[in-house]
Design a protein around this ligand. Structure first.
Ligand code: ADP
Length: 479
């Protein structure tokens, strides 16, 4: 009998995506099928997720939210472009009137994400209690489903739990007065929280899951320290078994040879055609059309984590150098403002697109020469892998999964046949400027080495093949 895995998460590409979490949840179950696993996904049905025609309603039940009984329906459909079964948890008030994150408009006023996802976790448990299909392993992703491992223990369900941590900085915190709500009526959970003094859903999962891993080997080491552990390093250290498995990318969605979002397809044998994508995008974004000008891309949440606060002190140098830069992302107001000012004052050199736009993201990976990701910390990072796959050379900081996935080009160029990008150590603007200048000068003065970098980056295997095997073996170990 094949091993049965249920992924529980708040995001899943392509249906509900905010960041890399969605890419992983949408791709890993497909890759696990190659090893013979029956991998399925359970996801809230948000406002933006339509229940496809022909979906089967597999069950319905009542679940208590703040003393009120709400009807929940579960539909079974398929993850788009796959044979992976997907359960959509339909509750119009709590999930159906909001995006992935943010307060639902038809729920009681002030309903927070913590409450929304605690409710989702209860729904998953009700489903597990009644479903004829029951997983051997519940694979929980991040804090949103952090309550599930403990709930499974409380209900004594014969299911093992694996927690994958995608970002230690997001933990699902709430004040203890949530304990007064009817939302959590398990005495043992109330006791656990009362003892800890506050509600922290990620901590709960770290303490109670049968297995814990994170999304790169380096980050798995880093989070055991005070600097990266975000206050939970003690809990992680006392487990002593936190594994690190590097994410992959979905090579069906990210395929430069037939990507439906880009106008000029290419491969590692014809990376020169990227220049056509460049000119097309320069025109679309109002940048000066010139295939020779190095074009930098940023596709990212614009938050402090991502390291863009290193750029404002470099304003003068950025203006003096010869390159163009396009930014796609939303985030913290000061960072948005910085990029906005640059683009308003220099519209033919800098562009900012302040939204989430899957199509433009694909076009930017395909059109850019350089991809900038100078993160302060980075659990894994998918942007740099997608960029390399698309022949855009990443500039990254040496942290977490960036360190594990990008091979730095040495100053003496001796490793030019193996290098895939530029990696800097010190988190400061000057170091970033140096490496930026180094990459720009190489781009213009040494096209041959640049082609080599591109070739190594594009031919490196960033697929899920190897990493999905590691997950499979981890499940086997737990069973
Ligand atoms: P994180 O998960 O921390 O946001 P990752 O690099 O792991 O960062 O994953 C980010 C994912 O989200 C990538 O697939 C990237 O292309 C995508 N992404 C980020 N911002 C945007 C945006 N504004 N529009 C489209 N895609 C975006």
């Amino acid at each position: 009998m094949s091993m049965k895995i249920l992924f529980a998460a708040s995001e899943c590409a392509p249906l509900a995506k905010v960041g890399g979490l969605a890419d992983v949840v949408g791709a890993l179950p497909k890759a696990l099928q190659n090893w013979g696993a029956d991998a399925r996904i359970i996801l809230p049905r948000y406002q933006t997720v339509k229940i496809p025609e022909g979906s089967e309603q597999v069950t319905s039940f009542a679940c208590i939210y703040n003393g009120k009984s709400l009807e929940v329906k579960i539909f079974l459909t398929k993850l788009p472009a796959s044979t992976v079964p997907l359960y959509l948890v339909d509750q119009p008030e709590l999930f159906g009137s909001s995006g992935v994150y943010g307060s639902p408009t038809s729920a009681p006023k002030g309903t927070t994400d913590v409450e929304k996802f605690i409710f989702f976790s209860h729904c998953v448990i009700k489903f597990l209690e009644t479903s004829p299909w029951r997983p051997d392993i519940l694979h929980a992703h991040d804090w949103h489903v952090g309550l599930i491992p403990l709930l499974i223990k409380v209900k004594k369900l014969p299911i093992k739990t694996l927690l994958t941590i995608h970002n230690m900085a997001m933990q699902g915190l709430a004040a203890q007065d949530l304990l007064d709500d009817d939302l959590i009526n398990e005495p043992s959970i109330k006791q656990d929280w009362a003892r800890y003094g506050k509600i922290n859903l990620l901590r709960q999962a770290i303490v109670h899951a049968d297995g814990v891993n994170t999304v790169s080997p380096t980050y798995a080491q880093e989070i055991l320290s005070k600097e990266f552990g975000e206050g939970l390093e003690e809990e992680l250290n006392s487990r002593g078994d936190v594994a690190g498995i590097l994410n992959g990318i979905d090579d069906v969605i990210w395929n430069e040879t037939n990507d439906p979002f880009i106008t000029h397809h290419y491969s590692q044998f014809s990376a020169g055609l990227k220049a056509d994508n460049k000119v097309t995008l320069q025109q679309k974004l109002g940048l000066e059309q010139n295939p020779e000008t190095p074009l930098l891309a940023v596709v990212s949440r614009l938050t402090a984590q991502k390291g863009f606060d290193l750029l404002p002190p470099l304003m003068d140098e950025l203006l003096a150098a010869n390159f163009q830069m396009m930014v796609l992302g939303v985030g913290e107001p000061e960072l948005e403002k910085f990029f906005e000012t640059l683009s308003i004052n220099n519209p033919t050199r800098f562009s900012l697109t302040k939204k989430f736009d899957e199509q433009l993201a694909h076009q930017m990976y395909a059109a850019s020469d350089i991809f900038l990701m100078p993160s302060k910390f980075e659990p894994c990072g998918l942007g740099q892998m997608i960029a390399m796959h698309y022949g855009s050379i990443p500039i990254v900081r040496s942290t977490g999964g960036l360190k594990d996935s990008v091979e730095n080009l040495e100053d003496d160029l001796t490793n030019s046949d193996a290098a895939t990008g530029f990696v800097f150590e010190q988190y400061n603007s000057k170091t970033l400027l140096n490496i930026l200048q180094k990459s720009l000068s190489l781009y213009t003065s040494n096209p041959e080495i640049w082609r080599q970098l591109q070739h190594s980056a594009m031919t490196h295997d960033f697929s899920w093949y190897a990493s999905s095997r590691k997950y499979f073996e981890m499940y086997e170990g737990m069973l």
